[in-house]
Design a protein around this ligand. Structure first.
Ligand code: FMN
Length: 344
């Protein structure tokens, strides 16, 4: 009998041409509604750990996670784990709710296997997201919450926004990601220049052991210096990278997917050489295959995340990448831990 995941994958293959006729954000909302239903209607599958590892004291059943922005606080975590993700990064969540930029704000570049988005942190705010997280039953892998500042908050007061979101959400998360790299909130990336102060403020507000990570942009000349400042101030890891503002074509916004791959890989390797022996790195940007994930791990990532590949490949993407990764590691006779940073 077909597994519920294969049925959903088949359904996605059949429906994808129709989805791609729709506006990209509308298609996203339809898929999200379907996933919400699916995770409730079908019984839980057996949990399968593939390349399990422990980082920050947390158990990651597989190293392939969902990148921020796909689940902006709807909390579809049960569905994400059922699609084979080993962890989920939810957000970006800002302290107060905000609508984001005017639509349309999400575009497909199909020939390039890419997306351009200028969503602008549309989300329901920290309180409502926290309420949903409180109702969520225990999940099979870690949940990271990605936090940012509201659009109208000036950078001089940004730390207050991050602290408000952190205090509301950190008690409900396994880890927090400080997002200072989205291109769609004016001025946000400037926070990278003084990342040490922001990290210090958040680390000081932390109770308990939970890891605090910083998500960086791929467009900096010296990403390793920003990573160094973050780690020196107490950050427990780096997420490399967000989308790029390289000329993306017709629409302004952040470019993700295949055209981002080399840039994000380079940033990951530079950051690993600087801080990789002290803290783990989550590699993200243009990963679409097991080979891409393996290359990112060999460049220094302990975990990887995908977003755009999920849109183009459908619900089997995470599972396919994990299974292919296990085969590549077996071929080379390496454990996951031994492969991390091998090419750096
Ligand atoms: C539509 C869309 C929305 C996104 N929203 C966020 C966000 O809110 N916060 C964030 O840190 N990254 C966000 N990202 C960036 C992704 O998390 C990821 O860093 C980037 O897309 C590169 O990975 P990919 O090539 O696998 O898509 C978003 C990406 C897309 C395509």
């Amino acid at each position: 009998m077909r597994s519920s995941l294969s049925r959903v994958a088949l359904l996605y293959r059949l429906l994808r041409p129709l989805f791609f006729l729709l506006d990209a954000e509308l298609a996203h909302s339809l898929v999200a509604a379907f996933l919400w239903l699916w995770a409730r209607v079908w019984p839980r599958p057996r949990r399968r750990a593939l390349l399990a590892q422990k980082l920050w004291g947390l158990d990651f059943p597989t190293p392939v996670g969902l990148a921020a922005g796909m689940d902006k606080g709807q909390i579809l975590a049960p569905a994400w784990f059922r699609l084979g993700f080993g962890f989920v990064e939810i957000g970006t969540i800002t302290p107060r709710p905000q609508p984001g930029n005017p639509k349309p704000r999400l575009f497909r570049l199909r020939e390039q296997g890419a997306l351009v988005n200028r969503m602008g942190f549309n989300n329901d705010g920290a309180e409502r997201t926290a309420a949903r997280l409180r109702r969520l039953p225990r999940q099979p892998g870690p949940i990271l919450i990605n936090i940012g500042r509201n659009k109208e908050t000036p950078n001089e007061r940004a730390a207050d926004d991050y602290l408000t979101a952190f205090r509301a959400l950190a008690p409900l998360a396994d880890g927090v990601v400080i997002n200072v790299s989205s291109p769609n909130t004016p001025g946000l990336r400037d926070l990278q220049a003084d990342i040490g102060s922001l990290v210090k403020a958040i680390v000081a507000a932390r109770t308990g052991q939970m890891p605090v990570l910083v998500k960086l942009s791929p467009d900096e000349d010296r990403p390793e210096e920003i990573a160094e400042a973050a780690v020196a101030a107490g950050a427990d890891g780096i997420v490399a990278t967000n989308t790029t503002i390289d000329p993306a074509g017709r629409e302004t916004g952040g470019l993700s997917g295949a055209p981002l791959k080399e840039k994000a890989l380079r940033a990951c390797a530079r950051i690993y050489r600087q801080v990789g022996r002290r803290v783990p790195i989550i590699g993200v940007g243009g990963i679409a295959s097991a080979e891409d994930a393996y290359a990112r791990i060999r460049a220094g990532a302990s975990l990887v995340e995908i977003y755009t590949a999920l849109v183009y490949q459908g619900p089997r993407a995470a599972r396919d990448i994990s299974e292919g990764l296990a085969r590549l590691l077996a071929r080379d006779g390496l454990s996951l831990g031994e492969a991390v940073g091998r090419d750096a």
